[in-house]
Write a protein that binds this ligand. Structure first.
Ligand SMILES: [Zn+2]
Length: 104
């Protein structure tokens, strides 16, 4: 069964990235060349900057859940998991459709 290898590295200040043309090519090109040298042509080589510490923790939690086959349960930051914006009869949270989870 073919699978994907996933890597997140950092953190680094954005000002540091601006020193390099294309920013992510600093890492993407060496990784892609190494992969192709060992395994031949790749189908996917995806990367991007801008993942905050908060999003990194969410991504790590999601990937860990997917790999282990467990359910992903991320609390919605808009309603803090309640499913509603407040407790004064407001409608369901639009960010999570009232589930209280960002990803479901
Ligand atoms: Zn919500």
């Amino acid at each position: 069964m073919k699978k994907y290898w996933f890597c997140i590295i950092g953190p680094v200040e954005e000002e540091e990235l601006r020193k390099y043309s294309g920013a992510d090519s600093l890492l993407r090109i060496p990784v892609r060349e190494s992969f192709n040298k060992v395994f031949g042509e790749d189908e996917v080589c995806s990367s991007g900057w801008g993942i905050t510490e908060e999003n990194y923790l969410k991504i790590r939690k999601i990937i860990t859940a997917i790999i282990s086959g467990t359910e992903v349960n991320i609390t919605c930051t808009a309603c803090n998991g309640s499913g509603y914006y407040d407790h004064n009869g407001s409608p369901r949270c639009g960010a999570c459709n009232g589930t209280g989870k960002e990803i479901y």
